[in-house]
Design a protein around this ligand. Structure first.
Ligand SMILES: Nc1ncnc2c1ncn2[C@@H]1O[C@H](COP(=O)(O)OP(=O)(O)OP(=O)(O)O)[C@@H](O)[C@H]1O
Ligand SMILES: [Mg+2]
Length: 263
């Protein structure tokens, strides 16, 4: 399979949820070590795609495939995918209530070390002295929890980190800090799929993809995709995330087609 430096290839992925077709023919390619941002209006299918890539319960594709590092993972469980190095942050609030923050971070690490834990907390602007012994519980603010989730992802060094709006609800961790953390991840060999609403975050990425109505309608240079987004996407009353483009739109956007990898 000629996947050279392509870490993830998604081909013609369709996913049905009770009551809605949430993914409708998604094609997406993510290269090794890139920061790839995924943008799109509310309801366009970004979180659904993240959950499908992770292999979450109820997101089994009816059609299409997901190839990770040359291996077809479409039918692998969430645990098997995690073992291959795929991680999704903010999928659910921390499930490890009561555990000290340091232990929580250590859970995902192959060789837990105090140094790495401190480094990860510092990377999200949390003082290690103040937070390592805090418990993961409701006494943490929403923003603190999000930072700890982000620190956990960084600490574990996954191969692919899927971050679903890590920037929302994090006020004090400015754009520059998040950007620096993403670059640090990339420099350490972590490939990042960043789902974001913040316009400025798009510029941090190497590549951007735009979702609309359950499919990826454009992939390319972040600035161009951002401009395309601003020009073509608008909230559409009838169904959030869909666009009133209809048939005539087929020629307007560049449908993103990857090479055929499904068997
Ligand atoms: N079980 C379901 N029944 C009906 N519709 C569903 C169901 N699950 C998801 N959807 C719809 O699928 C669409 C995609 O949702 P998704 O959460 O993937 O969007 P999103 O791009 O992450 O949006 P946001 O930017 O608001 O986070 C939404 O319109 C949502 O209402
Ligand atoms: Mg979402």
């Amino acid at each position: 399979m000629g996947t050279d430096n392509k870490l993830l290839i998604v081909e013609d992925l369709w996913v049905q949820r009770p009551g809605a077709e949430v993914l409708r023919g998604v094609n997406l390619t993510i290269r090794e070590q890139e920061i790839h941002t995924l943008v799109g209006l509310n309801g366009s299918g970004k979180t659904s795609l993240a959950l499908t890539l992770m292999g979450s319960e109820g997101y089994k594709p009816e059609r299409g495939c997901i190839v990770f590092d040359g291996q077809n993972i479409t039918n692998l469980s969430i645990t098997e995918r995690a073992r291959l190095g795929i991680t999704l942050a903010w999928q659910e609030p921390a499930r490890f209530e009561g555990l000290p923050v340091a232990d929580y971070l250590a859970l995902g690490m192959q060789n837990p070390s105090r140094e790495r834990i401190e480094q990860a907390l510092e990377a999200v602007a949390l003082s290690p002295q103040a937070y390592m012994t805090r418990a993961v519980d409701s006494a943490l603010s929403g923003g603190e929890r999000k930072r700890i989730e982000l620190a956990a992802v960084y600490a574990m060094r996954p191969r692919l980190a899927i971050l679903d709006e890590p920037d929302s609800g994090i006020d004090m961790l400015g754009l520059e800090e998040i950007a620096a953390l993403l670059r640090r991840m990339s420099a350490e060999g972590i490939t990042v799929l960043l789902i974001t609403h913040r316009d400025e975050m798009i510029g941090v990425a190497d590549t951007a993809s735009l979702m609309c109505g359950g499919t990826v309608v454009n992939t390319g240079i972040p600035d161009e995709v951002r401009e395309y987004f601003a020009r073509h996407c608008r909230p559409h009353g009838e169904r959030l995330g869909s666009q009133p483009w209809g048939e005539e739109a087929n020629g307007i956007y560049r449908r993103v087609v990857t090479e055929r990898v499904c068997e």
